[in-house]
Design a protein around this ligand. Sequence first.
Ligand code: DC
Length: 230
Amino acid sequence: MKKITIAIDGYSSCGKSTLAKDLAITLQYAHIDSGAMYRAVTLFMIDHDINVEDVDLVVENLSRVKVEFKFVGGANCTFLNDRNVESEIRKLRVSEKVSQIAVIAEVRHAMVALQRQMGQTKGIIMDGRDIGTVVFPNAELKLFLTADEKVRVERRFQELREKGHTITREEVKANLIQRDYIDTNRAESPLRQAEDAILFNNTHITRKEQLAMISALAKERIKSLAIADE
Ligand code: DC
């Protein structure tokens, strides 16, 4: 079966990683959560008392950061310098600073290089903010996800609560608005829909319905590309 690259971009908390994970299982593809990589860099800086607004200092310390993904108990986990930080990077103290780290050009260049390396072999689904525009501009299928703000806040709030994080709806909402603003308005590869991306609003769609629609679309795309190759 022909393998393709699938890029999923969109605003914060609109289910990009959930869809990417579900789709990866259905298609038997690898999934890479690029946001986790920016979160791991942020965690490193916080843990080493490095002010994320001090760009020179962040850049100077970037070579001390090693980010990897490993399977632990059937789940893909983010490792920072050989430590499993999957849960740690989802905390508010990281979410509050990650967009400031993600505006730094040198950080982006390092992450994009790593992401391209990870995606060298096809059969990959990567989600983030610049995957269809910068990381894999030639991806065979590009999706741009969106959902109403209220729904996004609620979903993120429930997800964090289920994972045992102590957080209020107001904190989730403030963080979401702040990150979307910074991600959309930064100079270096801002969040935007690639011209050839399919816009998908999942406000009124369940996780199951979304997976059914997108996996049908992906299978159709894989089939038509395989025919074109013959
Ligand atoms: O997907 P996420 O919410 O875990 O991403 C965390 C932050 O990382 C997000 O606010 C912006 C940044 N990010 C980015 O700039 N580019 C990516 N490809 C992925 C994430």
